[in-house]
Write a protein that binds this ligand. Structure first.
Ligand code: MN
Length: 230
């Protein structure tokens, strides 16, 4: 559809499916938490102590709802990172941890695909991470499940299977920064708003994928996501 008041066609919004309904969740921004599970911080060569969380972003249109993942260009070391996904229905600045859960519409499971080779170059040079993290289709996500059905998960198995073998396995209770704290910290840095999506970090076991792989991942009691790397 052409809007005569815009000089180019309006960009298409990113709409995530919501489990159990034909209504969709429109996405505004995508925030990601780095190193939020101690065992993953250790496998990446970092100290897992509770230093302040750090964040990076993907683009809303990097989210890939329910489709196969096309292996991206300019990398030969693309890694899977399974993560709990938070979807916000409200926001604000300086949200207290006590009020944070009220901002959440629902949850899903997603994969923070990472061009690890490009990330290593960026880290070494002190450069930003977008080329490693914010590429096309870099974040497959499951349908969202509203909190009025599942509440707020605190302890649940989070896992990923590559070609039937369980390679990532952890528990939400191992998150260094818990869901309310993530929202509180993020909202001190950014003004959060309805439609914001937060990827909450990955447990240990990240590793490379190849074209033809079948991936299956989930957070028990929340969602399961299956896809192929193509
Ligand atoms: Mn990640």
């Amino acid at each position: 559809m052409t809007d005569p008041s815009t000089v180019i066609p309006l960009p298409a919004p990113t709409l995530l499916p919501v489990d159990g309904t034909t209504a969709t969740f429109p996405v505004r921004r995508v925030y990601c938490v780095g190193r939020n599970y101690a065992d993953h911080a250790i496998e990446m060569g970092h100290d897992p102590s509770r230093e302040p969380p750090f964040f990076f972003q993907k683009n809303a249109d990097n989210l890939l709802p329910g489709a196969d993942f096309p292996y991206p260009p300019l990398s030969s070391d693309v890694h899977h990172e399974v993560e709990l996904v938070i979807a916000l229905k409200s926001g604000g600045a300086d949200i207290s941890a006590d009020a944070a859960l009220d901002c959440i519409y629902g949850y899903g499971v997603g994969i923070d695909f990472t061009r690890r080779d490009l990330q290593a170059v960026a880290k070494k040079a002190g450069r930003p991470w977008e080329v490693a993290k914010a590429f096309e289709h870099s974040a497959p996500v499951s349908p969202l499940v509203p909190t009025d059905r599942i509440g707020h998960p605190q302890a649940a198995s989070i896992w990923l299977e590559r070609n039937g073998e369980r390679v990532q396995s952890g528990d939400l209770s191992q998150m260094i920064w818990k869901i309310p704290e993530i929202i509180a910290e993020l909202s001190a840095l950014f003004t959060l708003a309805p439609g914001d999506v937060i990827m909450t970090g990955t447990p240990a076991g990240v590793g490379p994928v190849e074209r033809g792989d079948s991936l299956r991942c989930g957070v028990d009691g929340v969602a399961v996501l299956e896809l192929k790397v193509v």
